[in-house]
Write a protein that binds this ligand. Structure first.
Ligand code: KIV
Length: 275
């Protein structure tokens, strides 16, 4: 069954957990969708795991549209949420609406996600008014990496914790249909989850969020540069890929690939006429 923002609303009301994974291409989106995951996030984490940048700041609207459209071609049932990249919504409300619209029209997303708290209420209200569902993102918001001074757990002081709770309330009031909580202490995430009526989707935010999201390369152990504590590795695909690539390299060099099974034939009469 097709997942929509209503699925998210109903899940929170019924106390059912929501699953979300990132995907950035057609083939992966198809598999994630087939697995029955509720939602696919075309995250700007593609800057790290697909494009090899150190952070997400260089990701462009064109990057997001390109990958979002590929994911949309592969996913039938998962709700596709696409990230608004750095500087696509921060400068003005007009920019925010126009760029959110592009992610829907050109990227075929069904909702957009943007990072930031109470300061972004005007943008969220305007995007929602344009009939585009918005997912908020609080806590460790990677687009603010230079302000945070590194990848650190957020909301550990009383002031920060209060600010996060207020931001969650403000995002709900602005019309967001869900909020990602990234790298937030479990108990604070629980309070936020109990405070708002919209679902919270945790990543490094503990057990009491309404759902969970992971970057798929992290959970498959494919992104060997760094693995955060909050990730559970469900497979070691990176190792398998490396071993397969090495075998292929060997096979090509010692001529054990291709074999007769891998070739196309042609009538010998034709070949004779070619000499
Ligand atoms: O870009 C992304 O993948 C994200 C998740 C880490 C939530 O925003």
């Amino acid at each position: 069954m097709k997942n929509t923002v209503t699925t998210f609303k109903n899940a929170k009301e019924k106390g059912e957990k929501l699953s979300m994974l990132t995907a950035y291409d057609y083939s992966t989106a198809k598999l994630v969708d087939e697995a029955g995951i509720n939602s696919i996030l075309v995250g700007d984490s593609l800057g790290n795991v697909i494009l090899g940048y150190e952070d997400t700041l260089s990701v462009t609207m064109e990057d997001m549209i390109h990958h979002s459209a590929a994911v949309a071609r592969g996913a039938k049932n998962a709700l596709i949420v696409t990230d608004m990249p750095f500087m696509s919504y921060q400068v003005s409300v007009e920019d925010a609406v126009r760029n959110a619209g592009r992610l829907i029209k050109e990227g075929h997303a069904q909702a957009v996600k943007l990072e930031g708290g109470s300061d972004f209420v005007p943008q969220i209200k305007a995007i929602v008014k344009a009939s585009i569902p918005v997912m908020g993102h609080l806590g460790l918001t990677p687009q603010s990496i230079n302000t945070f001074g590194g990848f650190k757990v957020q909301g550990k002081t009383l002031e920060q914790a209060k600010q996060l709770i207020q931001s969650a309330r403000d995002l709900e009031m602005a019309g967001a249909f869900a909020i990602v909580l990234e790298c937030v202490p479990e108990k604070l995430a629980q309070i936020i989850t109990e405070t708002v009526k919209i679902p919270t989707i945790g990543i490094g935010a503990g057990r009491y969020c309404d759902g969970q999201v992971l970057v798929y390369q992290d959970m498959l152990d494919m992104y060997m540069d760094f693995s955060p504590k909050f990730v559970k590795q469900y497979a070691h695909i990176g190792e398998n890929m490396l071993s397969a690539f090495k075998q292929y390299d060997n096979d090509v060099k010692n001529m054990s690939f291709p074999t007769e099974k891998n070739i196309y034939t042609i009538n010998e009469d034709i070949i004779d006429k070619l000499y």
